[in-house]
Write a protein that binds this ligand. Structure first.
Ligand SMILES: *Cc1c(COP(=O)(O)O)cnc(C)c1O
Length: 394
């Protein structure tokens, strides 16, 4: 038998460094307030940006989906598991995103595994922002393309890497970036990236997991935010964050989507979304298409909270979105701050290495349209109290 004690030693080491992730169990549905470990706490760490996880219309749509279509798809989609419901979601999502076509897969993580491999081979080059999400990094690892990592948001460095890739004889060059960087809440400089891509004949792919339902008109995402429709080749999105569900998608030209249906491994070798999820996703798309009220509330809440924290003297990094990092740098301090917040009724996780670089530990506060002004004021008063107690602010 393998001696698992070596793993225990590694866990102890993580704990000593303040890097052991404490996984809490929710005893109530995902919402502004949660019951956790027998305590009522304000939820400040979910990606439920618009409060759709517990939305009545989405719940009802899921129930109707089950009644009409059952609980499982029965096969991978390419063999016998494509329900008319899946096609309907893809059509409506394409309309919402203002693209020719979409492909829905099991998660945003899988969407990156689905799209990167099929479009590059060993003759090609992938140019990746150094802070790209783990699912992009893993997607890239599944290919034999040459890798060129460019400095975070540094378009001049991207250009150097494009020149290098070209000099190395790359056939295709695929630029990949997160749209919203999930740990800092900053945006990719997409207009400048597109400009460089046009100059060097590269393909542009953006993973907009934290921008879907958040940025752009009615939450259409970062491409809409920067008015770049028709200029970004591949959009990857998720239904697991602002859409309140679980699932991921790829949006772009019909030729791309048709090709992926022949080549994408998570599509060909893993079953698809269940009818409940698919039906609820259609309801979410319709809800966003018909009103931008939730998106507006989200942004108002985020601006209010960020301003108040800044005026108290907290370092909130350089977020441009509702993701609000509270930079504490030291992993132990960050972990103690999170513990104290929890004791005071606020659930906000501490994030350290390897999710963020060493020495860049932080609390990552996720603002939601589900928060009331009163909730935010409650949180701000607790941040002030604990910030002073731990010597983070004066
Ligand atoms: C969260 C996230 C994902 C994963 O999405 P899931 O649908 O939860 O699998 C992928 N990419 C980025 C940039 C993300 O932030």
């Amino acid at each position: 038998m393998f001696d698992f004690d070596v793993l225990k030693d590694e866990m102890r080491e993580l704990e000593e460094k303040g890097l052991l992730v404490k996984i809490r169990t929710l005893e109530s549905p995902q919402g502004a307030w949660l019951n956790v470990d027998g305590r009522k706490v304000l939820n400040m760490c979910s990606n439920n940006y618009l409060g759709l996880c517990f939305d009545e219309e989405l719940k009802q749509a899921a129930i109707e989906g089950i009644k009409k279509w059952g609980v499982g798809p029965g096969a991978v989609r390419s063999i016998a598991g494509t329900l008319d419901l899946h096609n309907e979601l893809e059509r409506e999502l394409a309309q919402f995103k203002k693209v020719e076509a979409t492909l829905v897969v099991q998660s945003g993580f899988n969407a990156n595994q689905a799209v990167i491999g099929p479009i590059v081979s060993e003759e090609d080059a992938i140019l990746s922002d150094e802070l790209n999400h783990a699912s992009i990094i893993d997607g890239v690892r599944l290919t034999k393309a040459k890798r060129y990592v460019w400095k975070h948001k540094d378009v001049a460095d991207l250009e150097e890497q494009l020149k290098a890739a070209k000099a190395d004889g790359a056939r295709r060059m695929l630029i990949i970036t997160d749209g919203v960087f999930s740990m800092d809440g900053d945006l990719a400089p997409l207009p400048e990236i597109v400009e460089k891509a046009e100059k060097y004949g590269a393909i542009v792919m953006v993973d907009d997991a934290h921008g879907e339902g958040v940025l752009g008109s009615n939450g259409r995402g970062i491409v809409d935010h920067f008015h770049l429709h028709g200029k970004v080749d591949i959009e990857v999105g998720t239904l697991s964050k602002a859409f309140g569900l679980v699932g991921g998608f790829i949006a772009g030209k019909k030729a791309l989507i048709d090709y992926l249906k022949q080549k994408a491994r998570p599509f060909l070798f893993s079953s698809s979304l269940s009818p409940a999820e698919t039906a609820a996703a259609i309801a979410a798309v319709r809800k966003l298409s018909s009103s931008d009220e939730l998106v507006k509330t989200l942004w108002n809440n985020a601006e209010y909270f960020k301003e108040r924290l800044k005026s108290l003297g907290f370092d909130t990094g350089h977020s441009e979105t509702p993701i609000t990092p509270v930079m504490l740098y030291d992993a132990k301090l960050s972990s103690s701050f999170s513990k104290r917040l929890f004791e005071e009724g606020i659930f906000a996780s501490s994030i350290g290495f390897p999710t963020v670089p060493r020495g860049k530990a932080r609390l990552r506060i996720m603002i939601s349209a589900a928060h009331s002004r009163k909730d935010l004021d409650f949180a701000i008063s607790k941040f002030e109290m604990i910030g002073k107690e731990l010597g983070v602010i004066k």
